[in-house]
Design a protein around this ligand. Structure first.
Ligand SMILES: *[C@@H]1O[C@H](CO)[C@@H](O)[C@H](O)[C@H]1NC(C)=O
Ligand SMILES: *[C@@H]1O[C@H](CO)[C@@H](O)[C@H](O)[C@H]1NC(C)=O
Length: 452
């Protein structure tokens, strides 16, 4: 089955790469069905943040090899990267997917979905598809994801599992939002037994991509121009429907329109980098707010890991200072392991080591394959051997060490989840596409608004 999936993935990638017309029909909305068909019993949970976003979490409470219903299992919270979703961690089939490996190790695995992605594109009062309300809905960066989404989801998981602490794992932006949470809400350090960041992005002083570094100089102009043009979201759902078929004869053009959901601005996707992601599978892009990209752009430009720059006056109002405050990593007292690799196209070793030096209780761990890429943590066949197995061992060790010495073994009640949404099984075609990647390349997008 795994081989079949991989083979299919390869075939599809080839097909997609050679012909923009063919995309695997797998949708990000089918994550739960996909997990079921892989032999697990997933659950869906919803959490509402203090500022009204309704987030979806996917849980894999047990491995394939039967239920260990004791409450001795480590509880693990896993967070995806930019424009990604929980789906990122199950793309590779039962043997190789990160989340399945953790579940099969006996962990209770919870996967978050950040506000604004297709699983969490809901709000108690704001409509993301309303031409007015969308500005307010998408007015968030990774800071809000860290301060509100992570804290809400972690509290929910702790409450639901009746634990005091859990283990955190974040890929790429999943690392950024951890760094934000643990500095802006430092009390959350107390709720973490261990943290593993996979290419966790924070400091970007040595951001590797020179072209994007240059583009980042224009971030603020680009972003405000994009807002004026009504662009607030990347890869909105069903954006293909917004493309009048008659105007554009090829689907390749219509796929360009997907990344901003607008025919008018489809030329923005002609840019370097963007086309190559969309080739993987445009349906898999889970979406994000443009402001997330703008915030990364500011940090790359300023060589500072700090809060959003609103302009001097607005900074004064927001922060009581004309410059945005930094995220002070010295406040991160909980133990953190930063996994990184030398070939990462979006994160430099020097930045990783500088972050580790600034955190009181952090270590760096270099992946033992120099050619390991930013997305390989979730798409490489050797990720298990190179990264995941280490994390599993470390979590088991840390979890045992965190237990009270004479803890009685309590048998947990069977978990019946009201909020699980079951839709009927659908046939899935699964591309092993490397779609969930931190994609700072999209900074470039908005540049073209200027030249419009
Ligand atoms: C704003 O900053 C000034 C100078 O740094 C400080 O004296 C003042 O107390 C701050 N005001 C508030 C409301 O924090
Ligand atoms: C299911 O939901 C109902 C109503 O919200 C609640 O009373 C009940 O305790 C829930 N059951 C479980 C198992 O969570």
């Amino acid at each position: 089955m795994v081989l079949g999936r991989l083979f299919l993935g390869i075939v599809l990638c080839v097909v997609v790469a050679s012909d923009g017309d063919v995309w695997p029909p797998f949708s990000i909305y089918q994550t739960i069905e996909w997990i079921k068909s892989d032999g697990y019993e997933p659950e869906t949970h919803h959490v509402t943040t203090p500022d009204g976003y309704i987030l979806e979490m996917h849980r894999i409470p047990y491995g394939r090899n039967g239920k260990d219903a004791s409450n001795n299992r480590p509880v693990v919270f896993v967070m995806h990267g930019l424009m990604g979703a929980s789906q990122a961690f199950i793309l590779m089939g039962p043997e190789n997917s990160f989340a399945y490996n953790l579940a099969d190790a006996g962990f209770d695995v919870w996967m978050g979905n950040a506000r604004g992605n297709k699983n969490s594109r809901f709000h108690v009062s704001l409509d993301p598809d309303d031409e007015e309300e969308k500005f307010q809905f998408f007015d968030f960066s990774f800071e809000e994801i860290g301060m509100y989404d992570l804290t809400s989801m972690i509290d929910y998981v702790l409450q639901y599992t009746k634990r005091d602490k859990l283990h955190y794992i974040g890929h790429s932006q999943g690392g950024t939002v951890f760094l934000v949470m643990a500095t802006m809400r430092p009390e959350y350090n107390e709720k973490l037994i261990s943290t593993h960041l996979l290419a966790g992005v924070g400091y970007q002083d040595y951001f590797p991509d020179t072209q994007l570094r240059r583009t980042a100089l224009m971030t603020d102009i680009i972003y405000s121009q994009a807002l004026r043009s009504g662009i607030v979201e990347l890869f909105p759902p069903d954006s293909v429907d917004m493309v009048p078929g008659g105007i554009f004869p090829t689907r390749e053009l219509s796929s360009d329109a997907r990344c901003v959901g607008s025919v008018e601005y489809s030329y923005m996707c002609e840019l370097f980098g963007v086309r190559s992601i969309m080739r993987n599978n445009p349906n898999d892009q889970a979406g994000a707010a443009l402001k997330q990209i703008a915030h990364y752009g500011q940090n790359i430009r300023d060589k500072k890991f700090r809060r959003f720059h609103h302009g001097r006056q607005a900074n004064q109002a927001a922060y009581n200072d004309t410059t945005p405050p930094i995220y002070d990593l010295s406040l991160i007292t909980s133990p953190v392991a930063m996994h990184y690799s030398l070939s990462d196209d979006l994160l430099d070793e020097r930045d990783v080591l500088a972050m580790v030096a600034d955190m009181p209780n952090a270590i760096a761990r270099k992946v033992a394959r120099d050619s390991f890429l930013h997305s390989d943590y979730v798409v490489a066949l050797d990720a298990k051997e190179l990264v995941t197995d280490y994390i599993i061992e470390d979590i088991i060790r840390a979890d045992l060490a965190a237990r009270p010495v004479e803890e009685a073994v309590v048998t947990a009640a069977p978990v019946i989840d009201n909020t699980t949404q079951v839709t009927e099984n659908t046939t899935q075609v699964t591309g092993a596409a490397a779609t969930v990647v931190l994609n700072v390349h999209l900074i470039v997008l908005s540049l073209y608004v200027m030249f419009k």
